[in-house]
Design a protein around this ligand. Structure first.
Ligand code: ATP
Length: 258
C-alpha cells in the first residue's frame, strides 16, 4: 500500500540558502506524524513545499502514491488540506460560517452543500446556531472548529496541521486536540503536524521527526518521546528543554490535559 505522504531528498531554497536540506520521511495512511524542532528549523517550509507554496523546491513529494507536481491544484485540494495556526487570520472576516464552508464545494462544482455544511458542523462539534455568524462572533476555539470543518469539506485524507492549537487559550487547546483525535479515528485521516509542543505530539502523534537547521536529525516512535530516550544529543536536548516548558505550562493551566 502506498504511503499517504512520501518525501524524499527534499531541498527548499530561499535566495541562495537551503533552508530545508535533504529531508526524507514517509507518513503511512492513517498515521499521525509530527515535525518538531526549534524556531527556524524548516518545519513550516516543509508544509509550504508540500502544498506548492515554496519557491525553489527539489526532491520528491508524493501524495497518495502520485508526485505532487502531477496534481492540478483543484485535484490536490481533494487529497490534502491545511489547517493554520491562527483561525482568525485564516477565515474571511466578512463571510459567515455557512459561506466559508460552502465555498470549497462551489469551487469544485459539488452539489448538496447545505446538507454537507450541517454534517461537517456536527462532525466538529459546532452547534448549528453558529451557521449564520461571522468569525468575530465566535470564540477562538469555535473559529478553529470552523477552519477544521472547512478543511474537511472536500473529504481529503491528508491534513497538514500547522500549530493548530498554539494560538488558542490553554482552556480550549485540549478540546481542539481531542477533536483532532476523534476526527482522525472516525474518518481514517492522516496527519502531518508541525508544532513546538512535545506534549501535543505525545497526545496526537504516532511518530515524529526532529529537525535542526533544515536537516532531519532523528525519526522515532512517540514512545521514545514519552520515555525521553532519543539517540541523538540534539533531540535529547530539545526534549530536556521542553520538560522545563512543560512544567511551566502545567503550573499555568489545563494544557496538562495533553
Ligand atoms: N519567505 C522567506 N524568505 C526568506 N527566508 C525565509 C522565508 N520563509 C522562511 N524563511 C527562512 O527559512 C528558515 C525556516 O523557516 P520556517 O518558517 O520553515 O521555520 P520553522 O521551523 O517553521 O520556524 P517556526 O517554528 O518559528 O515557525 C528560517 O531561517 C526562515 O528565516
Amino acid at each position: 500500500m502506498s504511503a499517504a505522504l512520501n518525501i524524499e531528498n527534499l531541498f527548499v531554497r530561499y535566495g541562495r540558502i537551503d533552508v530545508v536540506k535533504d529531508v526524507s520521511f514517509s507518513v503511512a495512511k492513517g498515521e499521525s506524524y509530527a515535525l518538531v524542532g526549534e524556531s527556524g528549523s524548516g518545519k513550516s517550509t516543509i508544509l509550504r513545499a508540500i502544498v506548492g507554496m515554496a519557491p525553489d523546491v527539489r526532491g520528491t513529494v508524493e501524495i497518495d502514491g502520485a508526485e505532487r507536481a502531477t496534481y492540478r491544484d483543484l485535484e490536490f485540494a481533494r487529497h490534502c488540506q491545511m489547517v493554520f495556526q491562527d483561525p482568525y487570520a485564516s477565515l474571511h472576516p466578512r463571510r459567515i460560517v455557512d459561506a466559508t464552508l460552502q465555498e470549497p464545494l462551489k469551487i469544485h462544482g459539488i452539489s448538496g452543500g447545505s446538507a454537507k455544511v450541517a454534517e461537517m458542523m456536527d462532525a466538529v462539534g459546532l452547534d448549528q446556531r453558529f451557521r449564520y455568524r461571522f468569525p468575530h462572533q465566535l470564540s477562538g476555539g469555535q473559529r478553529q472548529r470552523v477552519a477544521i470543518a472547512r478543511a474537511l469539506m472536500l473529504e481529503p485524507q491528508l491534513l497538514l496541521l500547522d500549530e493548530p492549537t498554539s494560538a488558542l487559550d490553554v482552556s480550549v487547546q485540549a478540546e481542539i486536540l481531542n477533536l483532532l483525535v476523534r476526527l482522525r479515528k472516525d474518518r481514517g485521516l492522516t496527519y502531518l503536524l508541525v508544532t513546538h509542543s512535545l506534549p501535543v505530539v505525545s497526545f496526537l502523534c504516532d511518530r515524529l521527526g526532529v529537525l535542526r537547521q533544515g536537516g532531519m536529525v532523528e525519526q522515532v516512535d512517540v514512545d521514545v518521546l514519552r520515555r525521553g530516550t532519543f539517540a541523538k544529543p540534539y533531540a535529547q536536548e530539545l526534549y530536556a528543554s521542553s520538560l522545563g516548558a512543560g512544567d511551566r505550562e502545567r503550573q499555568s493551566g489545563p494544557s496538562a490535559a495533553v
